[in-house]
Design a protein around this ligand. Structure first.
Ligand SMILES: [Zn+2]
Ligand SMILES: [Zn+2]
Length: 312
């Protein structure tokens, strides 16, 4: 598995962004991103144009669209034909056709109010089956770790993990150059195989995503020879398990590693440089665990969960 960096939510002047598509790609290259998804509002870009920019800038570009309605925004990745949004009413949320294709979909900025109170930014649809939703933008926008709407989204997501698998991602919702006083995050995506674009889609579906301002947390659980990655299920009748956290790109900033679960925090360690932490933890009544890095009491990175399935 290889960790690649990706931005999954971007706009150009084909909708309401300030960038041309080429300027957006240049900006992504300047940040050393491996992959971006192009997700303009209710419009898609021609495949030939995408291929041309991929070749010119040596970057992978996932075709997508932000399906922008009055009652919520849904980012659709790996989308190759246009989806109409105009006929969708508040009780008509239906993704059957999208789910029949190879596309995946995620709820964008679910708790954002919009400025100055724009319709549709926050999610109002009733989701009858959360299995239809592949991912959730737990972090959105600039300064994502201290954004109040994102804190709500994080709590909502943790609660959802008790009943469903739902991958957390970051979506910058990139419309224009980032002001110098603002910070952004990135997704580290665990890609298996040589095809970058399908590898990213598969990894998002599988939950192999770490959301972070900088540090990469490689979080695994191991049981003798058996290694369980984030996104995976661990079936066990053990009460104590071993986990391993390889933490890099901390840049010598004093940090804490917290392992969180449905029961709350279950492990804590202070760290200040790139580290490997291996430990035993009790998992009695634990349904899922995530690894979190905090700096000055603010979360700066978190992993998707490992799911614990307790055998009787
Ligand atoms: Zn949006
Ligand atoms: Zn957007």
């Amino acid at each position: 598995m290889k960790w690649v960096t990706a931005e999954l939510h971007t706009h150009t002047c084909a909708s309401d962004g300030n960038f041309t598509f080429e300027e957006l790609v240049q900006s992504a290259k300047a940040e050393d991103l491996d992959v971006i998804a192009i997700t303009d509002h209710n419009t898609i870009h021609p495949a030939t144009h995408i291929r041309k920019l991929e070749k010119k800038y040596n970057i992978d570009i996932i075709a997508g669209m932000e399906w922008t309605t009055f009652y919520g925004h849904l980012v659709i990745l790996n989308l190759h034909s246009y989806i109409d949004w105009r006929t969708i009413g508040p009780s008509q949320f239906d993704v059957t056709d999208i789910k029949k294709s190879d596309a995946i979909l995620g709820i964008a900025h679910p708790f954002r109010v919009g400025s100055p109170i724009a319709t549709g930014c926050h999610w109002e649809y009733e989701v009858s089956d959360w299995n239809d939703i592949d991912y959730f933008e737990v972090w959105s926008n600039v300064n994502p770790n201290i954004n109040a709407a994102n804190k709500k989204a994080f709590k909502f997501w943790l609660d959802k993990l008790n009943t469903t698998k739902l991958t957390a991602v970051y979506g910058r919702d990139w419309h224009r150059p980032i002001p110098a006083d603002k910070i952004v995050a990135k997704n580290y995506i665990g890609v298996i195989g040589d095809n970058m674009k399908s590898g990213v889609i598969d990894a998002i579906k599988a939950g192999r995503v770490v959301v972070s301002l900088a540090p990469l947390i490689e979080f695994t659980l191991f049981d003798n020879d058996h290694v369980v990655n984030i996104g995976e299920d661990y079936f066990t009748s053990n009460c104590i398990v071993n986990f391993k956290c390889v933490i890099t790109q901390l840049n010598n900033i004093p940090s804490s590693l917290v392992i969180k679960s449905n029961l709350g925090p279950i492990h804590f360690a202070n760290i200040s440089q790139d580290s490997i932490i291996v430990s035993n933890i009790s998992i009695t009544s634990v349904k899922w665990i995530i690894a979190v890095i905090e700096q000055n009491t603010e979360m700066v990175a978190f992993t998707n969960p490992i799911f614990i399935r307790q055998k009787e």
